[in-house]
Design a binder for this molecule. Structure first.
Ligand code: ADP
Ligand code: MG
Length: 260
């Protein structure tokens, strides 16, 4: 049974002169343990789709289910990571990570233990007592990822998490994310506007089209894990990159998303 199912997910926003159709009957199954990336032009509804899966926004039609259960709001089984790190600036790395456990009523000793574990996992072992402002962008994002991991979600929903990082840091973050994923096999839905990143990480790349937002193509990435630098430079990778690129950039003309 697929872990996340989008069934005819539709989202309209009321605008002057009618309704703006941000998502039009999006259907997608993400299997347990799968790593799916979502790419598409700006405004095609990627964030809206992820937010609906996170339970942070409601669909105006259709539904998202997780293991058959309709999503009705945020839940600890679904960890969400955004481009903005949203760390508490006055709290240390460890305190930021423990915070989510604290609000869930996890006892202090257990909080410490779990925080320590995920801090080591993301390679911030020497920075547990540092304040966010002393960290680089990549380290802040590691901290945000550790905070999501701490509550042990079954599913990770990531919205352009590496979008603000320089390209070298970004590549390192991709590698470390995959390394962790290969061990815990959480189900991941990862949004990006970077075609290279979409191919490197994914088992399948979902390409969306805009106006209205919908699934345009789903491209399976036949490359084995673990993904390596060699693979990134291989002809097979170049071929996939070209396929995804043209699916993103050559989309069929479609009617405007305004419907009255
Ligand atoms: P993406 O993440 O792919 O760039 P979004 O999901 O953020 O796209 O937005 C999809 C479309 O819906 C955009 O055209 C955006 O302007 C529109 N939209 C998003 N939120 C609202 C809102 N609250 N009111 C009106 N339009 C919105
Ligand atoms: Mg977005």
């Amino acid at each position: 049974m697929p872990t996340i199912t989008f069934r005819e997910v539709t989202r309209r926003f009321p605008v002057k002169g009618g309704d703006f159709l941000a998502l039009d009957r999006v259907g997608l199954d993400i299997a347990d343990g799968e790593f799916v990336t979502v790419v598409g032009p700006s405004g095609c509804g990627k964030s809206t789709l992820l937010n609906i899966a996170a339970g942070l926004q409601e669909a105006t039609g259709g539904e998202v289910t997780v293991d058959g259960e309709p999503v009705r709001g945020p839940a600890p089984e679904r960890g969400v990571i955004f481009q903005q790190y949203a760390l508490f600036p006055w709290m240390t790395v460890a305190a930021n990570i423990e915070y989510g456990l604290k609000v869930r009523g996890v006892a202090r000793a257990e909080r410490r233990r779990r925080a320590r574990e995920v801090i080591d996992l993301v390679g911030l072992g020497d920075f547990a007592d540092a304040l966010p402002k002393t960290l680089s962008g990549g380290m802040k994002q590691r901290c945000a990822i550790a905070r999501a991991y701490a509550v042990d979600p079954k599913i990770l929903l990531m919205d352009e998490p590496f979008g603000a990082l320089d390209s070298l840091t970004r590549v390192r973050m991709q590698e470390s994310l995959l390394e962790t994923w290969s061990r815990d096999r959480r189900t991941v839905m990862f949004i990006t506007h970077d075609v290279d990143e979409a191919v490197f990480l994914a088992g399948r790349v979902v390409v969306m089209a805009a106006r209205p937002g919908r699934v345009h193509r789903i491209i399976p990435v036949g490359l084995p894990y673990p993904r390596t630098e060699e693979q990134r430079l291989s002809p097979a990778f170049a071929e996939l990159r070209a396929q995804v690129w043209s699916a993103v950039h050559h989309q069929p003309a479609s009617p405007e998303g305004i419907a009255s």
